[in-house]
Design a protein around this ligand. Structure first.
Ligand code: HEC
Length: 134
């Protein structure tokens, strides 16, 4: 009986370990999944208080956390296919934003990079080419 109990305990522990391992894997999977273009727009670009405005603000310095978060969003965006339009053009438009955003994160020529990022992130230009009309 004791042996059986011990065996049951081993099996139970094994099950718990396996379950938590797969949970961890799931979590990793979740982290790897890029933020959808829609969410990047809603969370990073939309409105006067957006991350985009904060990161490109000439007068007020953005925090490292804001800069990194925005860069991450841009990279997520670039990984995906645009809902409309040419992929070549999408790559070009998104890469044009990633380069200056990387410079801001690294603290290289920040003032220049902010201007470049602002210019590259042309809402109208990109929407015309890649945002489906409702
Ligand atoms: C490099 C391309 C690109 C740039 C730059 C860009 N957008 Fe977008 N935006 C898109 C695409 C693509 C969609 C459509 C997403 C979809 O339908 O999944 C979109 C959609 C949106 C939406 C609607 C949310 C949605 O997904 O329906 C808002 C709001 C928005 N953009 C705001 C902005 C603002 C403000 C700027 C400029 C500061 C901007 N975007 C710059 C590509 C871009």
């Amino acid at each position: 009986m004791r042996k059986l109990l011990a065996l049951a305990a081993v099996v139970a522990v094994g099950a718990v370990v396996t379950a938590s391992a797969s949970l961890a894997e799931e979590k990793k999977e979740e982290e790897k999944k890029p933020m959808s273009i829609h969410d990047v727009m809603e969370k990073g670009f939309k409105g006067g208080k957006s991350l985009f405005r904060a990161v490109t603000n000439k007068k007020k310095e953005s925090t490292e956390e804001q800069n990194k978060k925005f860069l991450g969003m841009l990279k997520d965006m670039a990984k995906q296919k645009p809902p409309m339009g040419d992929e070549e053009s999408w790559k070009k438009l998104t890469t044009a934003m990633i380069e200056p955003a990387e410079m801001i994160v690294k603290g290289e020529e920040v003032a220049k990079a902010k201007l470049a990022l602002k210019k590259a992130a042309s809402c109208a230009k990109c929407h015309k080419a890649h945002k489906p009309k409702e």
